[in-house]
Design a binder for this molecule. Sequence first.
Ligand code: ACO
Length: 392
Amino acid sequence: MSIVEYRAGLEGVPATQSAISFVDGRQGLLEYRGIRIEELAAHSTFLETAYLLIWGELPNQKELESFEREIRSHRRIKYRIRDMMKCFPESGHPMDALQASAAALGLFYSRRDLHNPAYVRAAVVRLLAKIPTMVAAFQLMRKGNDPVQPRDDLGYAANFLYMLSEREPSPLAARIFDVCLTLHAEHTINASTFSAMVTASTFTDPYAVIASAVGTLAGPLHGGANEEVLDMLEEIGSVENVHPYLERALDQKSRIMGFGHRVYKVKDPRATILQQLVEQLFQEFGHDSYYDVAMALERAVEEKLAHKGIYPNVDYYSGLVYRKLGIPKDLFTPIFAIARVAGWLAHWREQIYENRIFRPTQIYTGLHECPYVPITERQMNGAQFSTAEYSS
Ligand code: ACO
């Protein structure tokens, strides 16, 4: 096969065939297994949506109940994983803690039998069940507290919020958080899903697949953007500062966090739903002035950048929801990961059932036939390294 065209970032290059989700970036349409995200946000739950994504069809009542029951009974994490997590530095980012703990699951559940449906089911259940517990455990342990045990009488979203604060959330808070998980559960072949698929294609274990995806999601151009959105809103501080901030950012050619998307050239449908959730939360728990700043910035960005197809993406309003729920900023991306585990697992399953190991090619731009210069004859190459980074 000859290479016809190189596209940086593989933009527009199909990397796989998939029946899991569909995005039309011009119409602002997102479907999971053919069902519109608006329908799922209004009527489904995160676990039902996860089942749909992973197994391909909506479960009937009995199937859903048994899936929920299995997940409930696997929420606890082994004390040795908790002990390992206790040794993590409390200053470390929770995404790094999550990546390490997800990978550690592979040490405890090491039997790899990818073609056995029971093994696949158990891995799906374990990952969906334990990832929220690990995120909540690290949050409490880094503050010097013992982790809170999961509560079997609470649903998936309510239990996570409970494990974070030891307080049972209101039904509205739990429902809104559950919808947030549904909205973040899957989004075609983005960077972290691609990472999961590449890892899956080697037939390694699913814990390594999820760990590699978590590491990819952590970057500020991907899942990490929602933290930066809140930093930005804090920096802007008031509606009056929106225009000066934007002018300055555009002059400096900085990215406005929470705006722009490789696929969507209109407002991300998930941002629209999240904005409605923000408003519901404010009606129940009181207004947040950062929302006024966010809306003013959205209008200002639209005036300046709509011609480039730059509109709010999923990260723009999610931070305001989580802030109102009392969730610390650096847990926003781990929460994204809790949700996206569903999509990553769906792609893992799809990949291993019709696998071909990923092995793309490259266009070599380096030198050829270079001599090996003895060390005594080499010139300084000009690179200066500081040792400050290694001081601790
Ligand atoms: N703010 C200002 N300008 C932007 C932004 C932004 N957020 N995003 C894109 N642009 C501009 C670029 O400067 C470029 O302008 P130019 O053509 O005049 O040079 C044009 O829009 C196209 O930009 P690209 O970099 O080609 O767009 P790409 O598709 O590669 O980038 C990305 C997508 C990485 C998400 C980008 O929009 C961005 O950096 N956004 C901010 C970070 C963010 O919110 N990430 C979360 C994405 S959603 C998710 O991962 C879950």
